[in-house]
Design a protein around this ligand. Structure first.
Ligand SMILES: NC(=O)C1=CN([C@@H]2O[C@H](COP(=O)(O)OP(=O)(O)OC[C@H]3O[C@@H](n4cnc5c(N)ncnc54)[C@H](O)[C@@H]3O)[C@@H](O)[C@H]2O)C=CC1
Ligand SMILES: CC(C)CC(=O)C(=O)O
Ligand SMILES: [Mg+2]
Length: 334
């Protein structure tokens, strides 16, 4: 059972090392590590070397850190986008929970009990459309097929059936043609196949406000690539820090890519203070969605919750603990 590790850049290797320690605390796994991102550009001349891609294809699952450095800004990200596309990972699940009262910048009475999942479309839209420069300026193109919308919406409806039965579809249908197709397609799928799931539509600007003013109204949020990227960073305010947000990128075949929502955080890289919880919780999602080991996943989540409750927190959460201390506390709590 091989898990491929793509530690990447900045705090990526620091938090992936923590996640590996925690995985080793719940079972026996084989790990195979490959360079990725700016690290791979330095060592192999490309952000996603062929051996790394081949390794990911044959692995049970992939655990990644983050990519990007000051010297290499856009190219490392292109390796990540390519990896997601090559593996056909079109649904990016980003669970967000208010783990503990008073952790983040939002009023406790607003966020207490919030528990939602953003399902972000991951292989279409503006990030992958035709882009370039013209004599006068630059352009990026947003395009979606009905099939691309339907398959990610199906993931969201199914997830809602297992949760509280409510999907919020987020778009900008008052302006964008792709959003009008998005809304029609999600509505049609809901009526035809998921009549028992409550469906609401929100425009993305209004959704951005509701996320931080009334997060408890959300159960499953489904949205396109760009909106999901932005809204999920915003949703970190509900949890308390970007360092608490994991993700699972899934497609139609077994396995998947599991990575924190955050980036390589160059401002704190090498200081030993990165919050490892997003990576550790991503490892829990890997156990749940790729290896079907839900008890171990739940044990890790409970150990993270206990660590937060015990006040063992990194500086992003107002604490003084190091990455290593948080990791040790999670391991001890298993
Ligand atoms: N999935 C990926 O590989 C991603 C890569 N990036 C790349 O990361 C680089 C930095 O981008 P930023 O916009 O600064 O986003 P970022 O997510 O790396 O950092 C934003 C802020 O959150 C803090 N932060 C992030 N993760 C943290 C953690 N685990 N513990 C404590 N604090 C944490 C950082 O210190 C920083 O102040 C860029 O090169 C960007 O392209 C950005 C987002 C995702
Ligand atoms: C390369 C970017 C799209 C990475 C990012 O910000 C993300 O996936 O959240
Ligand atoms: Mg992002």
């Amino acid at each position: 059972m091989t898990i491929v590790l793509l530690p990447g850049d900045g705090i990526g290797p620091e938090v992936v090392a923590s996640a590996v320690e925690v995985l080793a605390g719940v079972g026996e796994f084989d790990f195979a590590e490959f360079p990725f991102g700016a690290d791979a550009i330095e060592r192999c001349g490309t952000p996603l070397p062929a051996e790394a891609l081949t390794g990911c294809r044959s692995a049970e699952a992939v655990l990644a850190g983050a990519v990007g450095t000051a010297a290499h800004t856009t190219t490392p990200g292109s390796g990540l986008l390519r990896l997601r596309a090559e593996l056909g990972l079109y649904a990016n699940l980003r669970p967000v929970r208010a783990w503990l009262e008073g952790l983040g910048p939002l009023r406790p009475d607003v966020v207490a009990g919030a528990d939602l999942v953003i399902v972000r479309e991951l292989t279409g839209g503006l990030y992958v459309g035709a882009a370039g420069r013209s004599a006068e300026g630059a352009y990026d193109t947003c395009a979606y097929t009905a099939g691309e919308i339907e398959r990610v919406a199906r993931v969201a409806f199914r997830l809602a059936q297992e949760r509280r039965g409510r999907v919020t579809s987020v778009d900008k249908a008052n302006v964008l043609e792709t959003s009008r197709l998005w809304r029609e397609t999600v509505t049609g799928l809901g009526q035809d196949k998921f009549p028992g799931v409550e469906l609401e539509h929100l425009l993305v600007d209004s959704a951005a406000l509701a996320l931080v003013s009334d997060p408890r109204r959300f159960d499953v949020v489904v949205t396109e690539n760009l909106f999901g990227d932005i809204l999920s960073d915003e949703a970190a305010a509900i949890a308390g820090s970007l360092g608490l947000l994991p993700s699972a990128s899934l497609g139609d075949t077994a396995g998947g890519l599991f990575e924190p929502v955050h980036g390589s955080a160059p401002d704190i890289a090498g200081l030993g203070i990165a919050n490892p919880c997003a990576a550790i919780l991503s490892a829990a999602l890997l156990l749940r969605y790729a290896l079907y080991r839900d008890p171990e996943a739940a044990a890790i989540e409970a150990a993270v919750a206990r660590t937060l409750r015990d006040g063992i927190r990194t500086p992003d959460l107002g604490g003084t603990a190091t990455t290593a201390e948080v990791t040790r506390a999670v391991l001890a709590g298993l």
